[in-house]
Design a protein. Structure first.
Length: 400
């Protein structure tokens, strides 16, 4: 047993050590506390648990398999690499796990509308899917600039029946979409619910989203035991806000022999300003209602961050990751845009699996590490999503 009981986190106020909490006006704090209380009650109900479990099985297609990447392993000549195939979920990524949880919670709480923002549209599509399934109206705010860039996701959201609200104020990108969605939510927070897209924001969202994603690690731990008769030596996942990583890591936190590595985007290099390596180069601060590591400029404003993977470019990070870094329980490392592209192409051509650019960061780290390790070691990579959405972009970039 580990010296920390990671099952007991966060505390009642939503703190992971000094990180997390609710840095919001008192009126909003009351609303968040009500959501927390409702969540804690509803999650215990057998009918909620049964409904969520059967949808994860029959709709999402869980459990996702663990796949031994034999050809990739042989190519690298070191540790054996395994992939947890979240890319095989319905909608093609891990996000459906928490979107389904949030939509179902909204239904059980009697909410009349689910509201969210989306950047590249991945959270929007997963949420619109979950809301269509559960039968609850859904409203997604998206910057006009992003709407023009992310045409396929915009079309999908419309087909799925959600109300898409274009945001033209400011720079017409993610930050403005957050502000716009939040204003709509505040018009009637008793009837509406805001669905956050990662393990970020004020308590209870980092906890709730993590709980809904934990199924990844619970399955993976058991599947790996059954396959190999022991636990992996290393587990790894990419970290944007940190939801797919918390989803994998949580079940292994008390296994002291399992090395845990989160991989952040080094973008064009850690020496440039074009990266999104929040835990690696940021410092403890506040953003979006929580205390966590933040990348800030010299004026203390959130930095404009960059990654080739749009799902990873966030200047903050989940409070639990911030705490796990400080404890030293998880190591946070980086992979650059270039390494990510190389991993994307290699996995595609050696294994016939096109990974999302986000997930390719974890694959890139695993490839680097595997080559350094002896062949009796194992690395389990969370393949958070599939790369269909990135295929045109990569082909353009590489002149294919
Ligand atoms: C959104 C996304 C991510 C990043 O989000 P986290 O909350 O850090 O997991 C990673 N991979 C894929 C495929 C995504 O769509």
């Amino acid at each position: 047993m580990s010296k920390f009981d990671f099952g007991q986190m966060p505390d009642r106020e939503g703190f992971f050590g000094e990180f997390g909490g609710q840095i919001i006006p008192p009126e909003l704090k009351k609303i968040m506390d009500e959501i927390d209380q409702a969540y804690e009650e509803i999650r215990q109900k057998p009918e909620f648990q049964e409904e969520l479990a059967s949808l994860l099985t029959d709709f999402v297609g869980r459990p996702s398999p663990i796949y031994y990447a034999r050809r990739l392993t042989e190519k690298l000549g070191g540790a054996r690499i395994f992939l947890k195939r979240e890319d095989l979920n319905h909608t093609g990524a891990h996000k459906i796990n928490h979107c389904l949880g949030e939509a179902l919670l909204a239904k059980y709480m009697g909410k009349t509308k689910v509201i969210a923002e989306t950047g590249a549209g991945q959270h929007g599509v997963a949420l619109a899917t979950a809301c269509a399934l559960v039968g609850i109206p859904c409203e997604i705010h998206m910057g006009q600039v992003d709407i023009e860039k992310e045409h396929p996701n915009v079309t999908k959201m419309k087909i799925l029946g959600c109300k898409l609200v274009p945001v033209t104020r400011g720079t017409a990108t993610l930050k403005d979409a957050v502000d716009s969605a939040f204003e709509e939510y505040l018009k009637d927070p008793v009837s509406y619910i805001y669905a956050i897209g990662s393990v970020v924001g004020p308590h209870p969202f980092p906890k709730m989203v993590r709980d809904f994603q934990c199924v990844i690690g619970q399955e993976a731990r058991q599947q790996f035991q059954e396959k190999e008769g022991k636990l992996p030596n290393y587990i790894t996942a990419c970290v944007g806000g940190g939801s797919n990583a918390m989803g994998l890591f949580t079940a292994f936190l008390n296994d002291d022999d399992v090395n845990i590595v989160g991989v952040e985007p080094a973008g064009k290099g850690l020496a440039t300003t074009e990266h999104s390596a929040t835990l690696t180069l940021g410092k403890p601060s506040e953003i979006h209602g929580m205390k966590c590591y933040v990348l800030e400029d010299e004026n203390g404003e959130p930095m404009p961050v960059h990654s080739i993977a749009s799902g990873l470019d966030y200047p903050g990070v989940g409070p639990q990751h911030s705490y796990l870094k400080e404890l030293g329980r998880v190591n946070y490392e980086t992979a650059s845009d270039e390494e990510c592209l190389d991993a994307f192409m290699t996995l595609s051509q050696v294994e016939g699996i096109i990974p999302a650019l986000e997930s390719s960061h974890a694959v890139a780290w695993a490839m680097r590490k595997a080559a350094e390790l002896p062949s009796d070691q194992t690395i389990l990579v969370n393949l958070s999503g599939r790369g269909d959405k990135d295929a045109d972009y990569v082909a353009n970039k590489l002149g294919l």
